[in-house]
Design a protein around this ligand. Structure first.
Ligand SMILES: [Cu+2]
Length: 126
């Protein structure tokens, strides 16, 4: 039966893909550190998109010329960074997707306001 054979091939293919994914995710987890410098509300680094793999342990080190509140969406990490200090965001990239780091305005009663564009985008690949 051709249709049955096709179904079996499809099923086998799916299982194979899952197996490869499980192996590659486990083997490739890395510890990564990124430094960013903020001047007048902008990141000075030319690369503002970080591409990492799911499972990586990530450290974002923020340097700033003025007091600023940063928010990594999705992972929901908020960090206030002061000039002369390093603001550290540390997380394991358990979730894949695209996650912007945005500047938070002064927290009002509603709590949550952003600048126009994200400072940095983090892309986590499965
Ligand atoms: Cu936010």
């Amino acid at each position: 039966m051709p249709s049955n054979a096709l179904f079996r091939a499809g099923l086998f293919g799916t299982v194979l893909v899952w197996a490869i994914r499980a192996t590659s995710t486990g083997a490739s987890a890395a510890e990564l550190t990124f430094d960013f410098h903020i001047e007048r509300g902008q990141v000075t680094e030319s690369t503002q998109v970080i591409r990492i793999k799911q499972g990586d342990a990530v450290k974002l080190r923020w340097h700033t010329d003025r007091s600023i509140i940063l928010h990594l969406h999705g992972y929901d990490i908020e960090k206030k960074v002061e000039p002369g200090t390093v603001g550290l965001m540390e997380f394991v990239a358990y979730a894949s997707g695209r996650f912007p780091v945005e500047v938070h305005g002064s927290p009002g009663p509603g709590g949550h306001s952003h600048g126009e564009a994200p400072l940095v985008r983090i892309e986590v690949y499965p």
